[in-house]
Write a protein that binds this ligand. Structure first.
Ligand code: PLP
Length: 394
């Protein structure tokens, strides 16, 4: 059975061109880019080429790119750099819908005496800019707000927010892990001082990320040791993965506008058909400002996990808004922050597409989903009631 992979916000397939580009650097060219000999020096040049490619995709200068181990490390580093650079300031502003890489790091700082403001969102997952402005005070070291949400795909008004923060001379970081490679970003125009991205969301391997730091921004390293990355991130470089990320960014830069349109076309086709064919479905998120590849749908009166298991039987991979950890259903913090009713949270499914999905795959999901939902609703008392069937045992 062929896998239909619609879970690209979780991770993406490594592009074949990326793998090809990486292989020699795993097999043959294993030197250390910091070494004095030619063998090492060659690798240093390749890392710098990759840096230039990543920089090009986001309109940055190569020296503004710091390679890290992940999106998580980039997020942690940005926050830690702000608090270390401005030790007298002990307040951070973020949102309730961030990825745990930001959310849990902020909670960790809260336990160490920092004051954290977690901004609320409305039922569509939109921020209230007035709430943000009111939260700022002389103690604010950093505002960190994600560019787009991984669960519902909402894109936040980063330019608008950044311009307001610039007037107030407040440091601004954005987690753009879900945005880079999906929609164009130009850091020359985007008023942010720091921006995070992750390799495995852009068809590069896992275990490589980037923190963009605008020239002139005060910076304090988080991983301390050797002099790598101009003293801004210690540790021998993950050369092959960095080279892979460079290639992935080069490919994304060439096709981004066209790809974004075709992803939106496929996503909209899937969403419209499921809304039409399955009763009692709602879209979670802001349909006026969303990533082109993401749809988050709530199927009332069914458990998302049950839908995932049934989809899995057909080889279809997606995600649900409730993660089953150690036997307990933990509902999504994003959908909870949006005030989505519990029944709808438990029946939520995220489909996230990539350039490797075809129209035939989307058609297949449209074909199987109505029966899956109907049969699961027949198993639940609420669902049977909705389907107009008796819920009392004979
Ligand atoms: N930020 C967002 C918005 C994400 O979606 C993810 C991964 O899902 C991360 C950060 C973490 O990235 P990584 O898996 O590279 O640590």
């Amino acid at each position: 059975m062929k896998t239909i992979y619609l879970d690209n916000n979780a991770t993406t397939q490594v592009a074949p061109e990326v793998l090809e580009e990486m292989l020699p650097y795993l097999r043959d060219y294993y030197g250390n880019p910091s070494s004095m000999h030619t063998f090492g020096g060659q690798l240093h040049r390749k890392v710098e080429e990759a840096r230039a490619k990543v920089a090009h995709l986001i309109g940055a200068e190569p020296e503004e790119i710091i390679f890290t181990s992940s999106g998580t490390e980039s997020d942690n580093t940005a926050i830690m750099s702000a608090v270390e650079s401005f030790p007298q300031k002990r307040h951070i502003i973020t949102t309730r819908v961030e990825h745990p890489a930001v959310l849990n790091f902020c909670k960790h700082l809260a336990r160490r005496g920092y004051r954290i403001t977690f901004l609320t969102v409305n039922s569509k997952g939109q921020l209230n800019i007035d709430e943000l402005l009111k939260a700022i005070d002389d103690n604010t070291a950093l505002v960190t707000i994600m560019y787009a949400n991984n669960e519902v795909g909402n894109i936040f008004p980063i330019s608008e927010i950044g311009n307001m923060l610039k007037e107030r001379r407040i440091l601004f970081h954005t987690d753009a892990v879900q945005v880079v490679g999906k929609i164009p970003i130009d850091t020359k125009k985007l008023p942010v001082e720091m921006l995070s991205l992750s390799g495995h969301k852009v068809h590069a391997p896992k275990g490589v990320g980037v923190l963009y730091v605008r020239k002139g921004t005060r910076f304090y390293p988080y991983v301390i040791g050797g002099h790598q990355e101009r003293g801004r991130r210690a540790g021998t470089e993950n050369v092959a993965s960095i080279i892979g990320l460079g290639k992935a960014c080069e490919i994304a830069a060439k096709n981004i506008t066209q790809e974004s349109l075709s992803l939106a076309h496929l996503r909209d086709k899937l969403e419209k058909a499921l809304m039409h064919k399955c009763p009692d479905v709602r879209i979670n998120g802001d349909v006026t400002s969303r990533l082109p590849n993401t749809t988050n749908l709530s199927f009332e009166y069914v458990e998302g996990e049950a839908i995932l298991l049934r989809l899995n039987e057909y080889g279809v991979c997606a995600s649900s808004g409730s993660a089953c950890t150690s036997g307990s259903l933990e509902p999504s913090h994003v959908l909870r922050a949006m005030g989505v009713p519990f029944t709808a949270i438990h029946g939520s499914i995220r489909f996230s597409l990539s350039r490797y999905n075809s129209e035939a795959e989307v058609d297949r999901v449209i074909e199987i989903m109505p029966d899956i939902i109907k049969s699961l609703r027949q198993l639940s008392p609420f669902g049977r009631e909705k389907l107009g069937e008796s819920v009392t045992s004979p």
